[in-house]
Design a binder for this molecule. Sequence first.
Ligand SMILES: [Cu+2]
Length: 506
Amino acid sequence: MTVLLAILCIILLTVIVVQIGRVTELAAKIRGEEEIQEGANRRHGALSLLFMIVFLLGTIISAGYYKNSMLWYGPNHAASAHGGSLDYMFNVTLFFTGIVFVITHILLFYFAWKYRGEKGRKANFMPHDNRLEVVWTAIPAVVMTFLVVGGLDAWNEVMADVSPDEETLEVEATGFQFAWALRYPGEDGLLGTKNYQLINAINPLGQDWTDKKNLDDFQPSELVLPVNKQVRVRITARDVLHNFYLPHFRVKMDAVPGLPTYFVFTPTTTTEEYRKQLGALKADGTPKYPEWHELTDPNDPESPKRYENFNFELACAELCGSGHYAMRRIVRIVPQAEYDAWVGQQQSYYMSSIRNGEEDPWKDILFDSEIKERAAEFNDRVSKALSSGNAADKVLTLDHVSYEPGSAELTPLSRYQLDNLVSVMNNYPNMVVELSGHTDNTGDPESNMELSKQRAGKVSEYLASKGVAANRMSVVGYGQTRPIESNDTPEGQEKNRRTELRIITQ
Ligand SMILES: [Cu+2]
């Protein structure tokens, strides 16, 4: 029905337009066509002049009105070392193109008025003029040469890569639909290698965990950078084209799947300093940039002012899909000390998400930091047991000693705690201990008894192989007779499968 009505309306409108045309035609015949044409020409000429004035005034007024939103003007100064040279280049270009813009528009509308159609006026026919050709080719050529050379110069300065001896912080930004994954190098200062074939749900960047450089890399949710330190951003994409854009730093570079790009820049203003500049006051105490003194929430007089909430941001400057807007990230520029403290709080992605999981190629070894941590913890427990007068406190569970399923073979990771025990035995030469094996209640009690004894025996063999005298250790198997938790739950059963150390003489 609506469609039908719409079609009817269109038909009616067409009929009306045709009818008006006919009436005008008839009126022209009656009054004389030429006279009418001349009146229209005069009117159109005058309107051209009016349009020129309104248009140019509008351009000037809007430029003045939005001046504080222009990147090079007012509060929007560049917050990076190279930003000034790009802004300068834009200003120079704007200056020259601005002159041409104003002159050509004045001429365009002035000529439309001056040479409007008049009775008896004939057009001047000019087939060719060498002088004019030279002038309007040479002037743009000279101006363009200066602009292009200046642009190339700025480009070479901005896009220069770092030389190997320069101290640079290298971080990585990977664009995907719809977020940025940021990666920092961790303590070693080096980003680990990646392979797209390794990408899966728990390894979103395809980091190769056999490369030790990857183990300390961390993936924070915001881009935090120290002020006045050169940064090289490796830019990649995982699916479609994105664009790494830091407007306040004049940094903008495509993120292309399969083709790593980069951008080197040095932030020169911290977030705090930039906020101060936005909130600056004039000599008479009024705000320099009133728009930044507006409240963030106009309905809440207690809400902070806009400049107090200001943050640099990272955006995607490529329309990459429906969630494109969600690629915004906060960027914080902070003094070096604050940056170091922030880095200290970050946990490596490997340690938080990969360590000891399915994909961990280092499952069978402990890293130095873990070895130290565990040794300290074990020594602590031993000294508590030694200083206690209570017999129950003299029993320690060797919680990091485990066996292959259904066998008495020690797992590779068990050796670390056993080595801790060896050094305790060496430090206390008079210490005599009992090593006991325990199982849960699955299987037959007699074979459990046998297995638990074999397991405790393996521990004693290991200690003996490291030089602990055999007469300082007794070996017992208790099977399933001494549970410490209920065997009804898998967790309880796991606790019951254990090896214990009892200090008999210290
Ligand atoms: Cu994007």
